[in-house]
Design a protein around this ligand. Structure first.
Ligand code: ADP
Ligand code: MG
Length: 676
């Protein structure tokens, strides 16, 4: 049961299953003292009126507990049968749980309940463990967890929980020993001990992750790679005759870094960070030409169909006069066309392929893949990055690009194994996008303004939120919005296109292309256009229901305009009443266009879990650590990890054997071992 529900199958696992908070259960309160401010309560009283209510599958169990001051209802929605058998009327019970207010009565649903025993009534600090509904129904509660760990600690001593960190480290960083830490986490006798324990285990957790990253990095550095000996004909020809603009200094600098990496005989693993519109694509293209010059194939992988198509069109156009074949490979390319592409990749006659994650499917084999570019990396899971390895006996050079500037702390945890390049300069002549906040009551004026912009020959985006939980509703509001836009913008005079995730890809693409080619004036869209889409003539980005967007998302969307030389605008439209939190987000957007600042604020406001789809990547699943709150510890552990590996790169010294074992185990559990 524990194993299925929480992956706990050994005592070690049990010890690693930390409580997430503690409740003071030294106090038993009177039922009358419960009020609307009471979050959790421990009461004692006599149980009466045990009754099943409802019919069929919806049965629930209700009981009343009373003491000399009042009564409270206890409820079980699940496991009613079982509880009914266990509970006895007119017996005295000790009850603990979260208090709810229903109408004007208080109740406790699924309480922790046990027969009154004056000797064990004071439970001290009660740890709350992450548990599941299923376990609760079977009566495995926090109390049972606590009892399990308690009896475990009665039997084990220091030797069962050995110290893994060297003595000097404990001293240097002021950490308590591991036995105490784990003991106090489960059975804290004082609040201070609990904090000391938590600090130590947080430190350890971050330290291990930083060690893993540092080791990966060492492996990367030692990993042989294809040597791109020369800058050849193709690159030079493109540079001299086909490059449509002058490269910025930042772009040149990054190309130089890539040139050095790929010429070194070691595998390149580089992260290219550059704010939206900073011109990463051209860097990717020119790096691919470098691969071609040295007899290799290259690919670029984008997270969405639209983005892959867009890359495909712009790359084919740029390379059209040079006679370099480029193909697009996505999940929608099937049958003969697909077969031909696969064949040409395998025999080497197709040098460049642009695609989605369809590229990492087993069936896609390259003759000699020399460079893989991954655009908008944060959308891909780590596992996917790793799978590019398999395309060759020698791994290709990997260039990872991201438009979402990653706060330093997150970069340290997520990409600490990669070398980093930054494009910190926008192409010349760009005007800063003017961003304003407008409330719904000013909608008329906003539409008027947009019409004027469009009348001067510019194009506009109108973006609606679309999030999964309420997808159907969002879909309807999008369609309603579309109808409204058709009224605002006289349909006979203006051309309006719409793209969203529910269209079939061909239709979506057709509509998108109408906008890209300038045949449509206004694009009504969902966030499918969030990344990468490039229409320099578009000058207005209207974000509908901006209160529902996260900061980074709004920044990405705003980056769709301001790509030409003219003044562009971003309008954040919200309801008339918005929350303080939302107001703060909007103010940040209005006050800065600096992607790094925005990313830092986003991280601070939302926490790392939500950021950039990293939740799925499984990389920052810490049990205790929070990389925003624990930044100081993160920096310490990073330094400590580097220091340790400099001293003992293979972790061969006897005092490091526990750490080594720990790393080996962690490596097995996650994707760590295989990140490209
Ligand atoms: P991102 O970094 O967001 O992927 P893109 O590569 O799409 O940005 O580039 C944004 C726009 O800027 C494109 O229209 C591109 O052609 C243009 N661009 C890129 N580099 C330069 C440059 N050095 N000078 C002028 N325009 C450039
Ligand atoms: Mg891009």
């Amino acid at each position: 049961m524990l194993r299925q529900e929480l992956e706990i199958s050994t005592f070690g696992d049990l010890l690693n299953h930390y409580p997430y908070r503690y409740f003071d259960r030294t106090q038993i309160i009177k039922i009358k003292a419960i009020d609307s401010k009471t979050e959790y309560a421990q009461v004692a009283g006599t149980l009466i009126n045990i009754a099943e209510e409802g019919v069929g599958g919806k049965k629930r169990l209700v009981a009343t507990l009373y003491d000399e001051t009042g009564r409270i209802e206890l409820l079980w929605f699940q496991g009613a049968q079982w509880m009914k058998k266990t509970l006895k009327e007119n017996e005295k019970y000790l009850v603990f749980g979260k208090v709810n207010l229903f109408g004007c009565y208080f109740n406790i649903a699924h309480p922790e309940i046990e027969l009154w025993n004056p000797e064990t009534a004071s439970a001290g600090m009660q740890p709350m463990y992450p548990t599941t509904e299923k376990l609760k129904i079977k009566g495995i509660t926090n109390r049972s967890f606590a009892k399990l760990t308690q009896s475990l600690f009665e039997r084990i001593g220091h030797s069962e929980i050995p110290e893994i960190l060297p003595e000097e480290m404990l001293l240097q960083y002021n950490l308590c020993n591991r036995y105490n830490a784990i003991r106090w986490l489960h059975l804290p006798d004082t609040e201070e001990h609990e904090q000391v324990a938590r600090y130590r285990m947080t430190w350890e957790e971050l330290f291990i992750s930083q060690l893993l990253i540092a080791r990966l990095r060492m492996q990367h550095i030692a990993q042989p790679g294809w040597k791109f000996e020369k800058v050849g004909e193709i690159f030079n020809n493109f540079f001299a005759h086909h490059l449509p603009f002058q490269l910025t200094n930042a772009q040149k600098k990054v190309l130089k870094e890539i040139r050095q990496d790929t010429g070194s005989g070691k595998q390149m693993n580089r992260l290219l960070q550059g704010d939206v519109g900073s011109g990463k694509t051209i860097v990717a293209i020119m790096s691919m030409l470098l691969a071609l010059d040295n007899g290799f194939q290259a690919c670029i992988m984008a997270p969405t169909e639209i983005l892959a198509q867009q890359h495909f069109f712009s790359i084919s156009e740029l390379l059209a006069d040079m006679g370099i074949p480029v193909e697009l490979l996505t999940g929608n390319i099937k049958g003969k066309a697909r077969k031909l592409i696969l064949q040409n990749l395998a025999d080497g006659s197709l040098p460049i392929v642009v695609g989605t994650h369809a590229l990492i499917e087993e069936s896609v084999q390259f003759k000699n893949l020399g460079l893989a570019v991954i655009d908008e990396q944060h959308r891909f899971g780590v596992g996917q990055r790793a799978r590019l390895w398999k395309k060759n006996e020698m791994p290709p050079h990997v260039l990872v690009m991201t438009a979402t500037p990653i706060p330093r702390t997150l970069a340290m945890t997520l990409y600490g194994d990669l070398e980093v390049s930054v494009i910190d300069e926008l192409p010349p002549g760009r005007k800063e996008i003017k961003t304003v906040h407008r409330k719904d009551s000013l909608r008329m004026g906003v539409m008027e303004f947009m019409r004027k912009e469009v009348d001067t020959g510019r194009q506009a985006y109108i973006v609606y939120p679309l999030i999964e939980e309420s997808e159907k509703m969002d879909y309807e509001s999008l369609l309603a919005g579309y109808e409204q836009v058709k009224v605002w913008f006289n349909e006979n005079k203006y051309k309006i296109a719409m793209v969203h995730g529910r269209q079939d890809p061909a239709e979506r693409e057709r509509n998108m292309q109408r906008f890209v080619k300038g045949e449509a004036d206004v694009l009504v869209a969902t966030t499918v256009i969030e990344v990468g889409v490039n229409v320099p003539n578009a000058s207005v980005m209207l974000i509908e229901s901006a209160e529902r967007f996260g900061l980074s998302q709004m920044h990405q969307l705003r980056g769709r305009v301001g790509r030409g030389a003219d003044q562009s605008y971003c309008i954040l439209l919200t309801g008339n009443k918005i929350s303080e939190d939302c107001y703060k987000r909007i103010q940040i957007m209005v006050s800065t266009t600096d992607g790094f600042k925005i990313a830092e604020e986003d991280l601070a406001m939302r926490g790392p879990g939500d950021l950039y789809g990293t939740r799925q990547s499984g990389l920052i699943k810490f049990k205790l650590a929070d990389i925003v709150r624990d930044i100081a510890i993160l920096e310490q552990t990073r330094a400590a990890a580097q220091q340790l590996l400099t001293l003992d790169p293979g972790l061969k010294l006897p005092q490091h054997r526990y750490i080594r074992n720990m790393l080996v185990n962690q490596g097995k559990q996650s994707h760590w071992g295989k990140i490209s």
